[in-house]
Write a protein that binds this ligand. Structure first.
Ligand code: SF4
Ligand code: SF4
Length: 219
Protein backbone atom coordinates (compact mmCIF):
# COMPACT_ATOMS: atom_id res chain seq x y z
CA UNK A 1 0.00 0.00 0.00
CA UNK A 2 2.66 2.53 1.10
CA UNK A 3 4.71 1.77 -2.07
CA UNK A 4 2.06 3.73 -4.04
CA UNK A 5 2.47 6.79 -1.87
CA UNK A 6 4.81 9.70 -2.48
CA UNK A 7 8.28 8.99 -1.00
CA UNK A 8 8.14 12.11 1.18
CA UNK A 9 4.80 11.05 2.66
CA UNK A 10 6.18 7.59 3.37
CA UNK A 11 9.23 9.19 5.00
CA UNK A 12 7.06 11.42 7.19
CA UNK A 13 4.95 8.43 8.23
CA UNK A 14 8.09 6.82 9.67
CA UNK A 15 8.85 9.86 11.83
CA UNK A 16 7.73 10.26 15.44
CA UNK A 17 4.22 11.69 15.32
CA UNK A 18 3.88 10.99 11.61
CA UNK A 19 2.26 7.56 11.39
CA UNK A 20 -1.31 8.93 11.31
CA UNK A 21 -0.90 11.84 8.86
CA UNK A 22 -3.18 10.14 6.35
CA UNK A 23 -5.92 10.21 8.99
CA UNK A 24 -6.14 14.00 8.69
CA UNK A 25 -9.45 15.00 7.13
CA UNK A 26 -8.75 18.74 7.03
CA UNK A 27 -11.21 19.79 9.73
CA UNK A 28 -9.02 22.80 10.59
CA UNK A 29 -9.28 22.39 14.39
CA UNK A 30 -5.48 22.51 14.66
CA UNK A 31 -5.11 25.81 12.79
CA UNK A 32 -8.05 27.30 14.68
CA UNK A 33 -6.31 26.39 17.96
CA UNK A 34 -2.84 27.60 16.95
CA UNK A 35 -1.62 30.76 18.76
CA UNK A 36 1.20 31.16 16.22
CA UNK A 37 -1.03 30.94 13.14
CA UNK A 38 -0.82 34.64 12.32
CA UNK A 39 2.97 34.33 12.02
CA UNK A 40 2.78 31.25 9.82
CA UNK A 41 2.48 30.98 6.05
CA UNK A 42 0.28 27.89 6.01
CA UNK A 43 -0.63 26.70 9.50
CA UNK A 44 -0.78 23.08 10.70
CA UNK A 45 -3.90 22.08 8.70
CA UNK A 46 -2.36 23.06 5.39
CA UNK A 47 0.97 21.53 6.36
CA UNK A 48 -0.87 18.21 6.82
CA UNK A 49 -2.38 18.59 3.36
CA UNK A 50 1.02 19.37 1.86
CA UNK A 51 2.56 16.33 3.56
CA UNK A 52 -0.23 14.10 2.26
CA UNK A 53 0.56 15.40 -1.23
CA UNK A 54 4.30 14.84 -0.93
CA UNK A 55 5.29 18.52 -1.08
CA UNK A 56 8.69 18.01 0.54
CA UNK A 57 10.34 21.29 -0.47
CA UNK A 58 7.35 23.42 0.52
CA UNK A 59 6.99 21.70 3.90
CA UNK A 60 10.65 21.54 4.90
CA UNK A 61 11.52 25.06 3.74
CA UNK A 62 8.41 26.51 5.36
CA UNK A 63 9.03 29.00 8.18
CA UNK A 64 5.96 27.51 9.91
CA UNK A 65 7.85 24.56 11.34
CA UNK A 66 10.15 27.05 13.09
CA UNK A 67 7.36 29.38 14.22
CA UNK A 68 5.53 26.64 16.08
CA UNK A 69 5.90 27.31 19.81
CA UNK A 70 5.15 23.70 20.82
CA UNK A 71 2.10 24.61 22.87
CA UNK A 72 0.39 21.27 22.08
CA UNK A 73 -3.03 22.92 21.48
CA UNK A 74 -3.36 21.40 18.02
CA UNK A 75 -2.30 17.98 19.19
CA UNK A 76 -4.60 17.88 22.19
CA UNK A 77 -7.61 18.91 20.08
CA UNK A 78 -7.08 16.95 16.87
CA UNK A 79 -10.11 14.64 16.50
CA UNK A 80 -7.94 12.07 14.69
CA UNK A 81 -5.32 11.95 17.45
CA UNK A 82 -2.50 13.08 15.19
CA UNK A 83 0.63 14.03 17.17
CA UNK A 84 1.12 17.28 15.28
CA UNK A 85 3.46 18.98 17.77
CA UNK A 86 5.74 15.97 17.90
CA UNK A 87 5.72 15.74 14.12
CA UNK A 88 6.62 19.41 13.70
CA UNK A 89 9.62 18.88 15.94
CA UNK A 90 10.69 15.94 13.76
CA UNK A 91 10.20 18.05 10.61
CA UNK A 92 12.60 20.66 12.04
CA UNK A 93 15.20 17.96 12.53
CA UNK A 94 14.58 16.64 9.01
CA UNK A 95 14.83 20.15 7.52
CA UNK A 96 18.28 20.58 9.09
CA UNK A 97 19.36 17.12 8.00
CA UNK A 98 18.29 17.73 4.38
CA UNK A 99 19.74 21.25 4.17
CA UNK A 100 16.48 23.20 3.85
CA UNK A 101 17.36 25.64 6.62
CA UNK A 102 17.72 29.18 5.30
CA UNK A 103 15.42 31.07 7.60
CA UNK A 104 16.38 33.26 10.57
CA UNK A 105 13.91 31.51 12.88
CA UNK A 106 15.54 28.25 11.92
CA UNK A 107 18.99 29.69 12.62
CA UNK A 108 17.75 30.88 16.01
CA UNK A 109 16.30 27.45 16.78
CA UNK A 110 19.65 25.85 16.03
CA UNK A 111 21.79 28.21 18.09
CA UNK A 112 19.30 27.81 20.94
CA UNK A 113 19.88 24.06 20.82
CA UNK A 114 23.67 24.38 20.46
CA UNK A 115 23.81 26.70 23.49
CA UNK A 116 21.56 24.40 25.49
CA UNK A 117 23.70 21.42 24.57
CA UNK A 118 26.83 23.24 25.79
CA UNK A 119 25.55 24.15 29.23
CA UNK A 120 22.31 22.31 29.91
CA UNK A 121 20.50 25.61 30.38
CA UNK A 122 20.26 28.89 28.53
CA UNK A 123 23.08 31.45 28.50
CA UNK A 124 21.68 34.45 26.66
CA UNK A 125 24.95 36.27 25.79
CA UNK A 126 26.23 33.13 24.07
CA UNK A 127 22.88 32.49 22.39
CA UNK A 128 22.79 35.96 20.82
CA UNK A 129 26.49 35.95 19.90
CA UNK A 130 26.07 32.64 18.10
CA UNK A 131 22.92 33.87 16.37
CA UNK A 132 24.45 37.10 15.07
CA UNK A 133 27.65 35.33 14.00
CA UNK A 134 25.56 32.85 12.06
CA UNK A 135 23.30 35.40 10.36
CA UNK A 136 25.97 38.13 9.99
CA UNK A 137 23.39 40.60 11.25
CA UNK A 138 25.76 43.37 12.37
CA UNK A 139 22.96 45.94 12.70
CA UNK A 140 20.94 43.60 14.92
CA UNK A 141 24.01 42.81 17.03
CA UNK A 142 24.85 46.50 17.57
CA UNK A 143 21.21 47.12 18.48
CA UNK A 144 21.50 44.55 21.30
CA UNK A 145 24.64 46.05 22.88
CA UNK A 146 22.94 48.75 25.00
CA UNK A 147 19.98 46.62 26.23
CA UNK A 148 22.37 43.71 26.79
CA UNK A 149 24.74 45.82 28.93
CA UNK A 150 21.77 47.18 30.92
CA UNK A 151 20.50 43.66 31.61
CA UNK A 152 23.97 42.48 32.61
CA UNK A 153 24.50 45.46 34.92
CA UNK A 154 21.12 44.88 36.64
CA UNK A 155 21.78 41.18 37.10
CA UNK A 156 18.96 40.13 34.74
CA UNK A 157 21.42 38.07 32.72
CA UNK A 158 24.37 36.11 34.11
CA UNK A 159 27.92 37.06 33.11
CA UNK A 160 29.03 33.44 33.05
CA UNK A 161 27.20 30.25 31.97
CA UNK A 162 25.50 28.31 34.77
CA UNK A 163 26.28 24.78 33.65
CA UNK A 164 24.28 21.83 34.90
CA UNK A 165 26.07 18.62 35.76
CA UNK A 166 23.99 16.61 33.26
CA UNK A 167 24.76 18.65 30.13
CA UNK A 168 26.53 15.58 28.73
CA UNK A 169 23.26 13.63 29.05
CA UNK A 170 21.54 16.19 26.82
CA UNK A 171 24.30 15.76 24.25
CA UNK A 172 24.00 11.97 24.51
CA UNK A 173 20.25 12.33 23.91
CA UNK A 174 21.04 13.84 20.51
CA UNK A 175 20.64 17.55 21.26
CA UNK A 176 23.79 18.37 19.30
CA UNK A 177 22.99 19.81 15.89
CA UNK A 178 26.41 20.45 14.37
CA UNK A 179 25.32 21.84 11.02
CA UNK A 180 28.00 24.47 10.35
CA UNK A 181 30.96 23.55 8.22
CA UNK A 182 34.04 22.68 10.30
CA UNK A 183 36.08 25.92 9.93
CA UNK A 184 33.05 28.14 10.51
CA UNK A 185 31.96 26.16 13.56
CA UNK A 186 35.43 26.38 15.06
CA UNK A 187 35.61 30.12 14.35
CA UNK A 188 32.21 30.69 15.97
CA UNK A 189 33.21 28.58 18.99
CA UNK A 190 36.42 30.61 19.31
CA UNK A 191 34.61 33.95 19.13
CA UNK A 192 32.00 32.76 21.64
CA UNK A 193 34.75 31.57 24.01
CA UNK A 194 36.41 35.00 23.73
CA UNK A 195 33.09 36.70 24.50
CA UNK A 196 32.55 34.45 27.55
CA UNK A 197 36.12 35.18 28.74
CA UNK A 198 35.56 38.95 28.44
CA UNK A 199 32.26 38.70 30.35
CA UNK A 200 34.00 36.55 32.97
CA UNK A 201 36.65 39.28 33.48
CA UNK A 202 33.88 41.89 33.86
CA UNK A 203 32.10 39.63 36.37
CA UNK A 204 35.33 39.18 38.40
CA UNK A 205 35.99 42.93 38.41
CA UNK A 206 32.38 43.55 39.43
CA UNK A 207 32.64 41.07 42.31
CA UNK A 208 35.95 42.61 43.46
CA UNK A 209 34.45 46.08 43.32
CA UNK A 210 31.29 45.12 45.24
CA UNK A 211 33.46 43.27 47.85
CA UNK A 212 35.52 46.39 48.41
CA UNK A 213 32.39 48.48 48.77
CA UNK A 214 31.05 46.06 51.43
CA UNK A 215 34.38 46.20 53.30
CA UNK A 216 34.28 50.01 53.27
CA UNK A 217 30.67 49.95 54.48
CA UNK A 218 31.45 47.65 57.42
CA UNK A 219 34.45 49.81 58.30
S1 SF4 B 1 -7.08 18.88 13.70
FE1 SF4 B 1 -6.24 16.91 13.00
S2 SF4 B 1 -7.72 16.16 11.49
FE2 SF4 B 1 -8.16 18.31 11.79
S3 SF4 B 1 -6.97 19.38 10.19
FE3 SF4 B 1 -5.68 19.33 12.00
S4 SF4 B 1 -4.46 17.48 11.80
FE4 SF4 B 1 -6.16 17.30 10.37
S1 SF4 C 1 1.98 23.11 18.80
FE1 SF4 C 1 2.69 24.52 17.20
S2 SF4 C 1 1.36 24.18 15.45
FE2 SF4 C 1 0.36 23.28 17.23
S3 SF4 C 1 -1.02 24.85 18.00
FE3 SF4 C 1 0.89 25.06 19.15
S4 SF4 C 1 2.11 26.55 17.96
FE4 SF4 C 1 0.44 25.86 16.61
Amino acid sequence: MTSELHPFLVEVMTLRGGKDVLECYQCGTCSASCPALQDMLHGPRRLMYMIQNGMEKEVLSSPDIWRCVSCYSCMSRCPRGIEITVLLSELRRLAIQKGYVDDNEAQFGQVFTVTLAQHGRMFEPELLTRYYLRTWDVKGMLGMVVPGLKMLSKGKVAFTPQNISTAQELRDAGVVPKVDSFPRRKLNDLLVAMMIAVLGVFAAIGRLFSGKKKEAFHG
